[in-house]
Design a protein around this ligand. Sequence first.
Ligand SMILES: Cc1cc2nc3c(=O)[nH]c(=O)nc-3n(C[C@H](O)[C@H](O)[C@H](O)COP(=O)(O)OP(=O)(O)OC[C@H]3O[C@@H](n4cnc5c(N)ncnc54)[C@H](O)[C@@H]3O)c2cc1C
Ligand code: HEM
Length: 400
Amino acid sequence: MSLSEQTIQVVKATAPVLAEHGETITQHFYQHMFSQNPELLNIFNATNQKTGRQQAALANAVYAYAANIDNLGVLTTAVQRIAHKHASFNILPEQYPIVGKHLLEAVAHVLGYAATDEILNAWKEAYDFLAALFIEVEEGIYRESERAEGGWRGTREFRVANKIQESELITSFYFEPVNGLPISDYQPGQYIGIYLYPKHSEHRCIRQYSLSDAPNGKYYRISVKREGEGETRGMISHHLHDEVQIGDMVELCPPTGDFYLNTRSDTPIVLLSGGVGQTPMLSMLNSLVTQGHQKPIIFVHSATNGRVHAFKQHVKEMTDKHEHAEQILFYDAPTEVCSGHHYEGRTDLELIRKKIDLPGAHYYFCGPLGYMAMVKKSLQSWGVTEDRLHYEVFGPHKDI
Ligand SMILES: Cc1cc2nc3c(=O)[nH]c(=O)nc-3n(C[C@H](O)[C@H](O)[C@H](O)COP(=O)(O)OP(=O)(O)OC[C@H]3O[C@@H](n4cnc5c(N)ncnc54)[C@H](O)[C@@H]3O)c2cc1C
Ligand code: HEM
């Protein structure tokens, strides 16, 4: 199937209007969709709706699609990222027409008289085309997860086999399959979708957590930061910390995600993280050290202080095991009892440039958006090319 020339022209011509009204359209869209299809509240994150993060992510995606409709190749990376995210929610083909109907109604509503039949027909055709693409890519992901040894499709029951406090803010959960059968491996850096039913929520909640250990065939481990307090109290992170105990059951979607270690063993690797952003880096570090990576592995981590800093001793032990591995620590605001960190104050990569600006190195980073923007800017200013920069956003995606 391909799009007609007329559709391409109309969609491209209306792209600037969408950019202008993008978030208004998506806000209207979500309001109407949830009032008419309330079952979808069991899938979407209510907080991301409240804060507008999801509306912004969808508006940007729709605009990028419209603007590039005559050159869809440039969207391949974004389509892969969104499809992996969708897979962690187990999004199904039959849900696409529901979203399409509400999205078109929202476009019609916000554009008012400007929304002619020609424009709406073109957008319908374009939406169906994009939906078919996502459905195909997502089916590929589901099939791959199902066919992997120990793999499955949809959700699977796991038991909390262990719960370990790693710092004042971060706690790890170990999940083992209830049926005792093998579990599939994953790429270090990938995440799982966890499905929970907190007693104080009317709806089921789904969240993503990066796997924080190397694949091991026995358990999946996640490490969760308690997010926010008072008005900004994070629903599921608090639920996991306070309510979920050893022996409890949870449902998990298979590991997924397009952010993972994907480099040759003769490449230097620099893993940079801020706060709980270290979880995918731990999986990568553990895998690289276990596999005997031949080149330097530099683990750069920034934390507020030693009280909230998790896995310090573990990372030391792993880096000690490897001839060319090193841990470098920045503490923003160390207390008088903090020790073992290398730098105090805001992270400044210039201070460690000699150690991390390595020929051909690949850089994996994760942390708050401001931290990642700083990392990207510093690395780019040293001439590190785009193909060597890899990052993950712990929330609705945002370009940094
Ligand atoms: C790919 C991926 C991997 C991830 N990996 C990890 C991981 O390894 N470890 C980890 O801890 N997290 C990880 N996350 C984040 C995790 O999925 C959750 O988003 C996080 O635990 C917060 O969920 P919550 O239900 O507690 O907060 P939510 O209730 O969903 O709130 C989301 C955020 O908004 C804030 N908030 C709540 N209410 C308001 C308000 N009214 N105004 C402004 N802000 C508000 C909360 O403090 C929180 O920071 C990952 C996310 C993604 C997408
Ligand atoms: C062509 C149609 C669609 C487009 C363009 C689209 C786009 C997006 C984008 C850009 C994101 C954010 C991804 C990220 O964080 O990286 C997203 C997330 C999501 N999408 Fe879609 N989507 C589509 C269809 C659907 C459908 C049919 C459903 C199912 C009802 C769905 C459910 C979700 C959910 C639950 C999330 C995560 C929301 C959150 O984290 O709050 N999407 N989608």
